[in-house]
Design a binder for this molecule. Sequence first.
Ligand code: FMN
Length: 403
Amino acid sequence: MAQKQILLIVGGGVAAYKALELTRLLRKAGVGVRPILTQAGAQFVTPLSLAALAEDKVYSELFSLTDEAEMGHIQLSRSADLVVVVPATADLMAKAAHGLAGDLASTTLLATDKPVLMAPAMNVRMWEHPATKRNLATLKADGVAFVGPDDGAMACGEHGPGRMAEPAVIFEAIMGMLAGKSAPAIAQGPLAGRRAIVTAGPTAEPIDPVRYLTNRSSGKQGYAIAEALAALGCDVTLVSGPTALSAPTGVKRVQVETARQMLAACQAALPADLAVCVAAVADWRPADEGAVKIKKTGDAPPALKLVENPDILATLSAPGPARPRLVVGFAAETNDVEAYAQAKLARKGCDWIVANDVSAPGVMGGDDNTVSIVSATGVERWDKTAKSDVATRLAQRMAEALA
Ligand SMILES: Cc1cc2nc3c(=O)[nH]c(=O)nc-3n(C[C@H](O)[C@H](O)[C@H](O)COP(=O)(O)O)c2cc1C
């Protein structure tokens, strides 16, 4: 298949910095990015950053003799498979809705014969202003597709709709449109109508009222997966052990401490189409949780008797009407990673095991991960990448598996 190409118009809003991350994601996926940076956009990101990430020249001027000689503005507007506006400011939306063509970005939007996707970003009052609402309705009627905006805290300190969709979400919308999906399908996401349970973080198993057994899991990978699934339109329940992380946007979080509570919360969240067990669940717990603090007696230290915890992954994978269609487990190992993962796949009855080598420095608690996907069809090794990238790729895979 020929390389897909997008024309990326970067408007003048604080969210313009996210266009850089989007460019990185697109290039990594092999999509060509030809950037147009508006004058206001250049107040927020530099042409150099955009050009370096896009690996292409940045176009900014309508009246540029050099650019017109190299690639005229009409040719530029047709040079891609898709035109994407990130961020779509109130000003750019107004210009496009009214057919204004006073600069390169708006002229391109008027001259293009390609589909257009906009990711709006603006202050909540600007977003809710009747003028923006009218422009939005006009653009939708003209066939422009939209991704976002989200509800949330904004750079201006206000809260509400107007925050630009995350780059991973815009990326998915772009890939969907390049694959020929319609605007409404894009707006909803490929996992719209699906339910997922994601477990994350460690568990804490009490020894007595003040002490507990736990592990070094930060919850970052599980939280990133919950967020990536929600970004694809999935209804996600995140069952989380104790972590320092805040709940991802658009995800329902249930906070638990012990493995038994985690299992109960997962069972309460059924039925689900998808279960992703990322949590580092303690294999064992102290047999007796003392009602009072264990005191030093001067004798030998007390022996800690352990009993086995319930196996959440095996329970959710067990055949039956409540089994999610796709059950994915994580295996954190320090040695013989893939062999253990294959054995775990068979033992637990799940569909995929995502194996990660936690002996590598910085994986537990860090931001990067190196994983292998083990399934009945074999082993696929992914290069070391950010946990957010692992999450985006996995979410996409899960969406494809459930399609
Ligand atoms: C600090 C700052 C942040 C801004 N953020 C936004 C924004 O998020 N969304 C928006 O629509 N306009 C925003 N504006 C206003 C736009 O920059 C202004 O309307 C500009 O003309 C838009 O240019 P464009 O059409 O190239 O996007 C902001 C302005 C400033 C000074």
